[in-house]
Design a protein around this ligand. Structure first.
Ligand code: ZN
Length: 740
């Protein structure tokens, strides 16, 4: 049985365990457009007071862009569940970066939502460096937000802190480059198509698509606070509709709080999960006739305060008995934590992804269709770098407390019911375990008394703030930022805020912004997994319970209080027109040396005797009907040899056009209906199996499936890599009525 390590999101602690305890545990973490229109964009932050005209006049300049950011779909760990066995082996759906640029002719903001587990500090710094080279000071740390959808099925390897590098098989150039280049390309596209337009906002609620996975922690929040809310997760979907001056839609940006973990730890294909599927559906809808990833309409579905929010709506059950798991610890009487898993709502993970993604899409589309409330007013933004390890917070009129050097608690290693640890850790641990503490002390060192006291009641598993080799294990400097689009405030958070943490933050920001009577009727949204990843942010009360989220709140019990203080400061500065007085804060490091690389080079490809790369090993059937699954297997090379495959495809499904006597591509590896599995065998041989799940609406006709790849013929004296392609026999999709 695989070593299912902990958990979601950076769950890496387990991986730490992986690295250090591996032996022990065997079996056991605008310039052009502005010029055209002769408009100037002030790139400094000379503040302009808020203003609220009835309609935005002159209109905003708006640009939207999308680009493929899919990395190598082979051998690289998928970023999320921190399971070393869960390496990429094909493509379910491609990953995209979606960029939205808004300019009020005084200032400009750029919001990117990308199909990645989270934005890492390294990824952000590399993107900002690339933007600096291309655009000078137009796009900077203060007016650019990068947010991740939190899919757990994208290639890892884009981190510079040791904990994450260990879980990612290091800092992987071939993995981070497509991400950086894809994100920048989406920005280039948005930048080059900016035009005057309008923004409308709309908010509604979506039920049946999310569940609190740590209700016990939530219940520890004050009763009077809980009574202000009907639910223990946020159900709101907020939509921004972007149109040109003719009223034609050009894009949509939305926020909803749910983990993108419908695809579970057993998945091996690169996938954008439920949030990506919502984007996919909306874009297919608004770009009729286009292949996935094509077409001008861009639909971003951004993450929010999803820290304790699961999409697995059937809830956690013991897989051996079918009974609900223990409430506090999420464990089973027989089998412990590892057998407590949450599933649903579908029959399998693909079905669950489809249902949750479709629900989010359907709600957003409805809100998009009914959005009539125009967003008006100036743009504002404020940003600071903060050293989160020594923020002093006022906890009452007489006492202060401080944040801590980063550390992860024991429950971190337990994982969550969305993907659990395999060791004997359980959630809700407030006492250490002598066995594991002993191993930790011997291998990575005992936490200092000061750090232990600071994190109380967290029993520390890894005192990452005291581990600096070969590079610091966790970041100290963190981005805090707010951007305001007239009547919408977007609050990017550097991690995963729980439901109640997000509510407190939204309220604090709203309060400060409205304190001087400005920004009335403000919509405040949280953009999750933004700019840098620091795991979870629970409330002080949730922290006391020390479930996974509390154990993963790395700067200690007062982490949220510190953030509330910092974000209040930003909001106040905006409200009082004093952003330029905010200290920039300490620059984050950009490590040049000691980045780890643990990924072995992709080797020479082998093939069966008397065969060629691209030959068919398992052929299609002659006839199918709608609803069937076509499958064909090819002799393949390692997809890593194909290099940067952005905007390309490993797979096409083609229909024969009798009028033109040509083959027309109707699906690619980006399509929901196709699955590209890459299977590594023995003797350096590998196969590609392509599945096409024929949709009910597929026209009858003659089809074929093609597969494209590269193989390495030899490595020395210099590598020779050749392209290959394979094609299936022609098969018919016959109308169902032939069979009735
Ligand atoms: Zn998460």
């Amino acid at each position: 049985m695989g070593r299912r390590k902990s958990v979601c999101c950076g769950c890496s602690a387990l991986e730490v365990t992986l690295a250090f305890l591996f032996v022990i545990m065997t079996g056991v973490c605008v310039t052009l457009v502005a010029m055209m229109f002769n408009w100037k964009t002030d790139t400094t932050d000379t503040a302009v007071g808020p203003c609220c005209p009835e309609s935005q006049d002159p209109p905003y300049l708006i640009g939207v862009g999308r680009a493929d950011c899919t990395g190598p779909p082979a051998e690289i760990p998928l970023m999320g569940y921190a399971n070393p066995q869960q390496t990429a082996a094909g493509i379910h759906t491609r990953l995209y970066s979606r960029a939205f640029i808004i300019d009020d002719r005084r200032r400009r903001v750029l919001f990117v939502t990308a199909d990645v587990g989270m934005i890492s500090q390294r990824l952000r710094l590399e993107v900002l460096q690339a933007l600096q080279v291309k655009y000078g000071d137009l796009y900077r740390q203060d007016n650019v937000v990068l947010s991740g959808t939190h899919t757990h099925s994208g290639p890892a390897g884009y981190f510079q802190y040791t904990l994450f590098m260990i879980t990612s098989k290091g800092y992987i150039k071939s993995s981070i480059e497509p991400l950086v280049n894809g994100i920048v390309k989406s920005i280039d596209r948005a930048h080059s198509n900016m035009k005057p337009g309008r923004i409308y906002r709309s908010t509604g609620e979506l039920g049946d698509s999310s569940l609190n996975r740590s209700p016990h922690s939530y219940l520890n929040n004050p009763e009077d606070e809980r009574h202000r809310y009907k639910q223990n997760t946020d159900k709101q979907v907020t939509v921004l509709k972007f149109t040109d001056l003719d009223g034609d839609g050009i894009g949509m940006l939305s926020w909803f709080a749910v983990h993108a973990v419908s695809m579970n730890y057993t998945n091996r294909m690169v996938s954008s999960d439920n949030m990506g599927y919502a984007s996919y559906l909306m874009e297919q809808d608004k770009n009729p006739g286009e292949l996935p990833g094509q077409g001008g309409f861009v639909a971003g579905f951004s993450s929010s305060n999803l820290g304790d929010v699961s999409p697995n709506t059937k809830g956690p059950h013991c897989v051996n008995t079918g009974l609900p798991c223990d409430y506090l610890n999420s464990s089973c009487p027989v089998g412990g934590t590892k057998l407590c898993k949450a599933f649903g709502p579908g029959e399998d993970m693909f079905d669950s992804t489809r249902i949750i993604g479709h629900n989010i899409y359907r709600k957003a589309k409805e809100l998009y269709g009914s959005a009539v409330e125009e967003v008006t007013g100036f743009l504002h933004f404020a940003h600071q770098w903060v050293n989160m390890t020594d923020v002093t917070v006022q906890i009452n009129s007489t006492h202060t407390a401080t944040t801590c050097k980063p550390a992860l608690g024991h429950s971190f290693a337990a994982g969550t019911t969305d993907g659990g640890g395999d060791l004997n850790f359980t959630q809700g641990a407030v006492e250490g375990d002598p066995f594991w503490d002993g191993i930790r002390d011997a291998l990575v060192g005992k936490p200092s008394n000061q750090t232990q006291a600071c994190h109380h009641p967290k029993p520390i598993l890894f005192s990452t703030g005291e581990m600096n080799k070969p590079l610091p294990w966790h970041p100290e400097v963190v981005d805090v930022q707010i951007i305001i689009l007239g009547s919408v405030a977007v609050v990017p958070v550097p991690g995963e805020m729980t439901t109640m943490s997000g509510r407190r933050l939204r309220e604090a920001v709203r309060q400060e912004l409205q304190s001087d009577g400005a920004f009335r009727d403000l919509e405040v949204v949280i953009a999750g997994l933004s700019n840098i990843y620091t795991h979870y942010i629970t409330t002080y009360e949730e922290y006391q319970v020390q479930r996974y989220e509390g154990a993963s709140t790395i700067y200690g019990p007062h982490t949220l209080s510190a953030y509330l203080q910092k974000y209040r400061g930003l909001a106040r500065a905006i409200a009082q027109d004093r952003v330029s007085e905010l200290p920039v804060g300490p620059q984050p490091p950009f490590f040049q040396n000691n980045l780890i690389s643990l990924l072995a080079a992709a080797g020479v490809d082998g093939k069966p005797e008397n065969s060629s790369f691209g030959d068919v090993l398992d052929q299609v059937l002659p006839v199918y009907r709608q609803g069937d699954v076509v499958s064909v297997t090819f002799v393949a090379g390692n997809p890593r040899h194909s290099g940067d495959m952005r905007d390309k495809t490993f797979v096409t499904v083609e229909i024969y056009d009798n009028r033109t006597n040509t083959w027309e591509v109707v699906y690619t590896d980006a399509s929901w209906e196709t699955r590209f599995h890459w299977l590594k065998g023995s003797n350096r041989q590998s196969n590609s199996t392509v599945e096409w799940h024929i949709p009910p609406a597929a026209p009858s006709g003659s089809y074929r499936i093609r597969h494209f790849g590269h193989y390495m013929l030899r490595r020395f004296p210099q590598p020779i890599i050749n392209p290959y392609e394979g094609v299936s026999d022609v098969f018919e999709v016959a109308a169902s009525f032939y069979y009735q």
